[in-house]
Ligand binder design. Structure first.
Ligand SMILES: *[C@@H]1O[C@H](CO)[C@@H](O)[C@H](O)[C@H]1NC(C)=O
Ligand SMILES: *[C@@H]1O[C@H](CO)[C@@H](O)[C@H](O)[C@H]1NC(C)=O
Length: 323
C-alpha cells in the first residue's frame, strides 16, 4: 500500500458542527457483517475511508473526521491550490464501480501542515475541506480523533486500510476492492533500531521523529504501500475506532526491518484544533476518564453542542454494561 524509497503515504473529528446525536458518533461502523498481505474489506466496515482522486484517478487515501473534513497526508498535495482538480470519493468499497452507497464530494480547500518539509519529514498531515457537508449514512461515517491523553501501547493490534498496491511491483487488481490489514504498534526506539539496520545494502539510516508512529512487522511481508498514503491507521479503544496515525512513508513496502511509518494524530492535535475548532477529540476511555478533552473548549462559545457531548459520555458506559 505505500510508495518507493522514502515513500510518503493520517486523524479526525468526531462530531461535526451539528453536534453529536448518538447516531452520528464517530468511530462506530453500523455494518457489523463485518494491503500487502491484506484482505478484502466488507461493505461499510471502514465508513470513514475515502479515496482522494485527481482527474478521476485515485492517488491517496484519507479519513472522514467531520461532516466536511477529511484528514490525509501533506505529501499527497504538492500544490494545495489546485482544488478544482480534486474529488473525494466517500462510502465506496471498490473503485471501479463505487455503487449506490458512494458519493463524490468536491474540495473547497486543502490545508497542509506548514511544518511539513518533504518526504519522510515530520508533520506530513493535511486537512481537506469539502465543498459541502456530507450526509452520514451506514457507509459514510467519521472516525474518532484521539485526545492527546490517549496512548497507543506497543504491541496493540491496529488496522490500516487502503486501495494501494498489494506489493512494490504490482498494482491492486480490478475492481480495486478496499484492503484491510492488521498491524501491531512498534515502539519508537525499536523502530529507530530497525531503520538503522541493513545500511550495508545501501539503505540510508532514517530517523523516526517524535510525531511518527511505527506499525507493522520486523520480518516485513505485510505493510501499507503506494496509493495508501494519507489513509488511516485505526485502533479499537473501548467501543470506538480512534485514528492513531496517518499513512506517511516507509522504505519500499513490507521489506524486512522497514515497518510502515505513520504520523501520530495526537502530535498534531493543536494544529487540527486550530483549523477545525469545533472538532471533538475522544479521551482514552469514554466515560471512565474524567480528564477534560481539549476538544470541548469550543463548547464554551456555543452551548448547544454540549448536551450531545454529555450524552455520549453517558451512553457509552450504558453500552459497555450490555456487553
Ligand atoms: C484527465 O483525464 C483525461 C481522460 O482520462 C485526459 O484526457 C486528460 O488529459 C486528463 N487531464 C489532466 C490534467 O491530467
Ligand atoms: C499551483 O496551482 C495553481 C492553480 O492551478 C497554479 O496557478 C500555480 O502556478 C501552481 N503552483 C505551482 C508551484 O505549481
Amino acid at each position: 500500500m505505500r510508495r518507493p524509497a522514502a515513500v510518503p503515504l493520517l486523524l479526525l473529528l468526531c462530531f461535526g458542527s451539528q453536534g453529536a446525536k448518538a447516531a452520528t458518533a464517530c468511530g462506530r461502523p453500523r455494518m457489523l457483517n463485518r494491503m500487502v498481505g491484506g484482505q478484502d474489506a466488507q461493505e461499510g466496515e471502514w465508513p470513514w475511508q475515502v479515496s482522494i482522486q485527481r482527474n478521476g484517478s485515485h492517488f491517496c487515501g484519507g479519513s472522514l473526521i467531520a461532516e466536511q473534513w477529511v484528514l490525509t497526508a501533506a505529501h499527497c498535495f504538492p500544490n494545495t491550490s489546485e482544488t478544482s482538480l480534486y474529488q473525494v470519493l466517500l462510502g465506496a468499497r471498490q473503485l471501479v464501480q463505487p455503487g449506490p452507497h458512494a458519493m463524490y464530494a468536491r474540495v473547497r480547500r486543502v490545508e497542509s501542515n506548514p511544518l511539513y518539509q518533504g518526504m519522510a519529514s515530520s508533520a506530513d498531515v493535511a486537512l481537506v475541506e469539502l465543498e459541502a457537508p456530507v450526509p452520514f449514512t451506514n457507509y459514510i461515517l467519521p472516525v474518532c480523533l484521539p485526545d492527546p491523553s490517549v496512548i497507543f501501547e506497543t504491541g496493540m493490534n491496529c488496522w490500516v486500510t487502503g486501495w494501494g498496491s498489494p506489493s512494490e511491483e504490482d498494482l491492486l487488481p480490478k475492481p480495486w476492492i478496499l484492503q484491510k490489514l492488521t498491524v501491531p504498534i512498534i515502539d519508537t526506539p525499536k523502530c529507530n533500531l530497525l531503520y538503522s539496520k541493513d545500511t550495508e545494502f545501501g539503505y540510508q539510516p532514517k530517523t523516526i521523529k517524535n510525531d511518527m508512529l511505527c506499525a507493522g512487522f520486523e520480518e516485513g511481508k505485510k505493510d501499507a504501500c503506494k496509493g495508501d498514503s494519507g489513509g488511516p491507521l485505526v485502533c479499537l479503544v473501548g467501543q470506538s475506532w480512534l485514528q492513531a496515525g496517518v499513512i506517511s512513508w516507509g522504505e519500499g513496502c513490507a521489506r524486512q526491518n522497514r515497518p510502515g511509518v505513520y504520523i501520530r494524530v495526537t502530535a498534531h492535535h493543536n494544529w487540527i484544533h486550530r483549523i477545525i475548532p469545533k472538532l471533538q477529540f475522544q479521551p482514552a476511555r469514554s466515560g471512565s476518564q474524567k480528564r477534560d478533552p481539549r476538544g470541548q473548549e469550543p463548547l464554551e462559545q456555543s452551548s448547544a453542542p454540549s448536551l450531545p457531548a454529555h450524552t455520549i459520555l453517558l451512553v457509552l458506559p450504558a453500552l459497555l454494561l450490555h456487553l
